[in-house]
Design a protein around this ligand. Sequence first.
Ligand code: 13P
Length: 394
Amino acid sequence: MACVSFAKLNAASSQWIGGQQSFAQRPGPSTRLATRRVSVPIRAGAYTDELIQTAKAIASPGRGILAIDESNATCGKRLSSIGLDNTEPNRQAYRQLLLTTPGLGEYISGAILFEETLYQSTTDGKKFVDCLREQKIVPGIKVDKGLVPLPGSNNESWCQGLDGLSSRSAEYYKQGARFAKWRTVVSIPCGPSALAVKEAAWGLARYAAISQDNGLVPIVEPEILLDGDHPIERTLEVAEKVWAEVFYYLAENNVIFEGILLKPSMVTPGAEHKEKASPDTIAKYTLTMLRRRVPPAVPGIMFLSGGQSEVEATLNLNAMNQSPNPWHVSFSYARALQNTVLKTWQGRPESVEAAQKALLVRAKANSLAQLGKYSAEGESEEAKKGMFVKGYTY
Ligand code: 13P
């Protein structure tokens, strides 16, 4: 693997290690000190410059990510909510509607796809990846293999998918993907146990290192589930714990912080807590957590919606962009971008255009929220409906 010009800061040891010189190699006042500190150079990866460019392109002003990486089973749930069977042609029709929306690239910088969609084409034979590229939308791929019970924990889960990840990622890159997503979850009502947090953080870090090694910008997503009746302070405490561990292991794995994106959940009270929090409160707690835990080297924070209504997710994002942040603060929503679209489409070919317009309405609203300029005036009742599902699986 070729060395590249970018000098990498190893956050674990606080030493510049990507260039020719490390601290231990420099002549110092004491030769004893110099010989004791053995330098182990770590080469920057072949893709370093490209990863940084890709992450920057996704984290561009007024744009965010459209997440449509539902597994076939979860996509089936979306389709059955409008009375459609979970068949490949129906999944293709739905994804075609989304990915061929005219003008989408103005508000959307990246789209996360499920493996089936990455290799799929429109009914006219045009690759979905090419539809995206034409609109300057970066194609991404969900690479985790889903959640399974974590033995030895308090009914918690862990995320599978590291085996074979390197070769899969290389194939996805060849197919046109330039970023990846790995979603693991942490449950507050289940503890979370120290084991579950450590496992989540370590898995994310290994995945991130492997993705970067294959040219894919990793989206790091430890979703702290909305489930529970806890207050917002408890979510803040857990989020701080989780992100501290995630960054510790990212650094241990020599992940390049400039070439990652984060996908956190917002810091909110548990969905069953007696009081709801305002967008200003959610923004205050979420930004407090991020400022305490996320280095400014990270280019973008792309939130998940996690069961909030479309309008809530947009209002909260808007509140977070009322003053400048050290990172691009944006969206990577699935449910909060798709709900009205599905309800408008209902599987009817004659409603495709109206459904695409509905997608543009949501994408534009979130684009404005990324710029801190959104107002909820005139939003539909449908867009205000919450989508929280207890124990939601993705
Ligand atoms: P939601 O916005 O529906 O929470 O999506 C989560 C996710 O990880 C999609 O990639």
